[in-house]
Design a protein. Structure first.
Length: 176
């Protein structure tokens, strides 16, 4: 337990891979959590990020005696906010999210932040949803590709079990 308030430093990039020397704030933090939503957009990108950024960032945090909280996300779309393509980073029926869970586990992560529970507008929501979205109007929403409404909640739960070693590390998302 912490005897003082817990400081989580959320960054767009960690000092270990972004700048030659760590920042004062990073060294004062308890947990480092680089925000990765949108930094890669496909399965090869997940692997590149894991090799070039995730592994060295975790190593740097261990050297600094800091905890590391990687961020994973199911997919992404800024269509409603910026007009970019509707399915900018496709979910691939959970394969994209699962690849990030597996990469984090392989790298040695002991905790993971899932972005986001209810960001329907950005296409990152994992909460129970229907695939029968409203017809396009002011906003257009992605569906869960006719998957069960709780698919991403179950996948997140399975990812947590894999992280804790209760499920084997696999490259394929578990079947229901």
């Amino acid at each position: 337990m912490f005897s003082r308030p817990l400081l989580i430093l959320a960054l767009t990039a960690l000092a270990a891979t972004a700048v030659p020397s760590p920042t004062r704030d990073a060294v004062l933090a308890d947990i480092i959590s680089p925000w990765t939503v949108g930094r890669f957009g496909d399965l090869p990108g997940v692997q590149r990020y894991a090799e070039k950024t995730l592994v060295p960032d975790l190593a740097w945090c261990r050297e600094q005696r800091l905890d590391f909280l990687p961020v994973v996300f199911p997919g992404f779309s800024w269509h409603n906010m910026t007009g970019k393509p509707l399915d900018q980073i496709p979910r691939r029926r959970g394969e994209f999210l699962w690849a990030q869970f597996a990469a984090a586990k392989r790298a040695g992560a002991q905790m993971i932040y899932v972005a986001m529970f209810n960001e329907v507008d950005e296409g990152t929501a994992i909460f129970k949803c229907t695939s029968a979205v409203p017809p396009p109007g002011d906003s257009t929403f992605l569906t869960y590709e006719n998957l069960p409404a709780d698919h991403y909640l179950r996948l997140t739960g399975a990812g947590a079990k894999m992280l804790r070693g209760e499920l084997p590390l696999t490259d394929t998302p578990p079947a229901k």
